[in-house]
Design a protein around this ligand. Sequence first.
Ligand SMILES: NC(=O)c1ccc[n+]([C@@H]2O[C@H](COP(=O)([O-])OP(=O)(O)OC[C@H]3O[C@@H](n4cnc5c(N)ncnc54)[C@H](O)[C@@H]3O)[C@@H](O)[C@H]2O)c1
Length: 245
Amino acid sequence: MLQLAEKTALVTGADGGFGRAIVSALVKAGGRVAASDLASPLNPEAQITLSLDVTRPDDWVGAVQQLTKQFGHLDILINNAGFAITKDFRETDLDDLERLMAVHVGGALLGMQAALPLMRSRGGAIVNICSIAGLVAAPPLAAYGAAKAALRGLSKSVAVTCAELDPPIRVNCISPGFAETAMLDGIAAALGEPDRVKDKLGRRQPLPGFVTPQEVAAAVVYLASDAAAHVTGADLVIDGGYSAQ
Ligand SMILES: NC(=O)c1ccc[n+]([C@@H]2O[C@H](COP(=O)([O-])OP(=O)(O)OC[C@H]3O[C@@H](n4cnc5c(N)ncnc54)[C@H](O)[C@@H]3O)[C@@H](O)[C@H]2O)c1
């Protein structure tokens, strides 16, 4: 049931740490995958690679055209694209907040709207990558945490709306803890003494060490598969117990 035989998927932010692992896991599970990022990612595992800035409605129109032409329909959408701004609330200005909201919330909203007609005939599964920063305090990531909390809220509303469709479309979130990707490198560098910061962060959760992109990718495969046929509106937290404290 964890197989995705012949299911088609679109992954945003596919050139990043999580994105590459998600594309790879979907392909290994038997999926046919379109990998997208700001610049078209060089991903030999993907069936389609495309350039898609998730904040631009025109880019979504182009993506839908390409997916319709090459896949004919879409079964799975993974809204994974994102970035962080390392500022506490005193340093955060409206431009920071708007840029983060545009990518994490606006990008996922446009993606879910664009995917809907491509999923209507067969149903589908959408996974939005949130963060524990949207669940618990992350003071140096104030606006980022706000955007991820908003994405979590949006996902639940869309899950309920799309449960009423026939066939239904399921919508779930994954909230990962810290993982060693370019994003975490950027956050650690912005906080100064990156090695010391990363060492400290790696020891903050009850299960020591960082979450891996492969763990997040495995959870994506589960939520996208028929094994999760009655899972919708959920948030799967993968954080080594960080948010349980
Ligand atoms: N790494 C972590 O610790 C962590 C923890 C929790 C959640 N996340 C979330 O996981 C997702 C993936 O992050 P990552 O850690 O792989 O970071 P990453 O920096 O390695 O990858 C992010 C990718 O998103 C792309 N991107 C940024 N803005 C975009 C836009 N407007 N349109 C399309 N693509 C865009 C980037 O080009 C990059 O390839 C993000 O949503 C992030 O917020 C990361």
